[in-house]
Design a protein around this ligand. Structure first.
Ligand code: M6R
Length: 366
């Protein structure tokens, strides 16, 4: 059942070229300009005219929501708020009939996410679900939705569900953007063509496994980790940190790289591994300075960079090279080495990676 892999988590990490492809299959064919999602079709006008999109989710699904905030605001120019379902539901939120509320949930059973959705529904918002489990409670409660086609995810740490969520959310952002005219046809085509190359590029990124085993060996005894990213890679930093803490029990924090100087920089010394996601994108120059700040304090930098980069490799202690892509799609690639890093560190520490202590696959209590 683990298909020859030692753990479900590793199997699921390696399934991502396929699960990403399955999540776009039939919904997008770049060469014929075909971009369509049955679940959105009826609601296209509602989406296009929405005054606001509110995303509710927990954990890793909330991180996928953060990526969607960047995507939807950039490509479709609709304001997006991303909310922890548990906070949203209890704070007497302002919701109107022109709002669209998107719930993201792998299991479709997360109690807080379901309750947040029901609250929004009772206030007249249109509610939309992005779930992986067909027929789950959240999928049934929504007006419409789109399934991620990741297949069953057994490992408690979410991996392939995250990349499937980001894939579906990218398609949604592209559909709304093209409907609203905020995403030009040439740009849309470019993105579609690029998205089609992602499964093969994820396959490339998975070849980093051996290199990451080596890095894991060196840092498996660390007691703290910092993860930094900016722009589209900021949610990836949060996700990398969550993955490490939940399965290896090492304390880790994700931060937007520029926030570091507002506090966490005080933590940096020669004992502190700092994972920096520094791919070539619009915030690249800025993150170069952040890496300098870490090095000036003798932190150990593990950098995820775009193939061919020479600036960051000249400063970092370890360099993990991933293929080039549009910054809009980068989280689908940059998260892969972070999943592998947390997996190997957890295995080396003797942790039960598929069923970490105190955690359940779906959190059906609030
Ligand atoms: O099933 P859901 O996507 O609603 O679950 C949300 C979180 O409980 C989940 O992502 C959790 O944070 C994972 N263990 C993260 O790996």
């Amino acid at each position: 059942e683990k298909g020859g892999y030692e753990h479900f988590m590793l199997k699921e990490i390696f399934e991502q070229p396929r699960s990403i492809l399955d999540s776009m299959r039939g919904r997008m064919v770049a060469e014929s300009d075909h971009l369509m999602m049955a679940g959105i079709r009826e609601f296209e006008n509602k989406f296009a005219n929405a005054s606001r999109i509110i995303i509710v989710a927990c954990g890793t699904s909330w991180h996928a929501g953060l990526v969607a905030e960047y995507l939807i605001e950039d490509l479709a120019r609709i304001p997006v708020e991303v909310e922890y379902a548990s906070e949203f539901r209890y704070r007497n939120p302002i919701i109107s009939e022109r709002d669209i509320v998107i719930a993201i949930s792998q299991s479709g059973e997360t109690a807080d996410t379901l309750a947040a959705l029901e609250l929004a529904k009772s206030k007249g918002a249109t509610i939309f679900g992005i779930c992986n489990v067909v027929g789950s409670s959240i999928a049934r409660a929504t007006d419409a939705g789109a399934y991620t086609h990741a297949g069953p995810e057994i490992g408690v740490a979410s991996t392939k569900a995250f990349t499937a969520q980001v894939t579906v959310l990218t398609l949604i952002a592209m559909i709304i953007g093209s409907k609203r005219g905020t995403l030009e046809t040439t740009k849309l085509r470019e993105l579609m063509v690029e998205l089609e190359t992602i499964p093969a590029k994820v396959e490339e990124a998975l070849k980093l496994n051996e290199q990451i085993i080596g890095i894991s060996e060196q840092y498996k005894d660390a007691t703290n980790f910092l993860y930094l990213g900016r722009g589209y890679n900021f949610p990836v930093a949060l996700e990398g940190a969550l993955k490490l803490k939940e399965i290896s029990y090492i304390h880790a924090e994700g931060y937007p790289a520029a926030e570091m100087k507002h506090g966490p920089i005080a933590l940096i010394d020669e004992q502190m591994p700092v994972v920096v996601i520094a791919t070539k994108d619009s915030s690249y120059e800025k993150i170069v300075s952040n890496v300098q700040e870490v090095k000036a304090r003798k932190g150990k930098v593990i950098a995820v960079v775009t193939e061919g980069d020479t600036t960051i490799p000249a400063m970092a202690d370890h360099v993990i090279e991933i293929p080039e892509t549009s910054e809009h799609l980068m989280p689908l690639l940059s998260v892969i080495p972070l999943q592998l890093l947390s997996y190997h560190i957890a295995v080396m520490r003797g942790c039960n990676v598929d069923q970490p202590r105190n955690l359940a696959k779906s959190v059906t209590v609030e």
